[in-house]
Design a protein around this ligand. Structure first.
Ligand SMILES: [Zn+2]
Length: 82
């Protein structure tokens, strides 16, 4: 549990990419590793903190909260098929 360098202490470091799914309208976005790296640099270190950042534009434009966001992380091992 010691301090580690860089983003090694980040839950996001294990992710290959991330699906951002809106449970209200079904809108799905895919976050690439590059965007995750960017989020880490901004100080996001875990999925719950990252989830608080997301809002569905489609729903908020229609007057909804846009906050019914479901994050589906794809781990690097899962992506390593074959
Ligand atoms: Zn939505």
């Amino acid at each position: 549990m010691g301090a580690r360098l860089g983003t090694a202490d980040s839950d996001l470091a294990d992710l290959a990419y991330l699906y951002v799914h809106c449970d209200d309208c079904g809108n799905v976005r895919r976050w690439s590793r590059a965007r995750l790296n960017d989020a880490e640099r901004r100080g996001y270190r875990s999925l719950p903190t990252l989830a608080s950042k997301f809002r569905c534009v489609r729903c908020s434009e229609r007057g909804g909260s846009g906050r019914n966001i479901n994050l589906r992380p794809i781990l690097k091992e899962d992506d390593d098929v074959g």
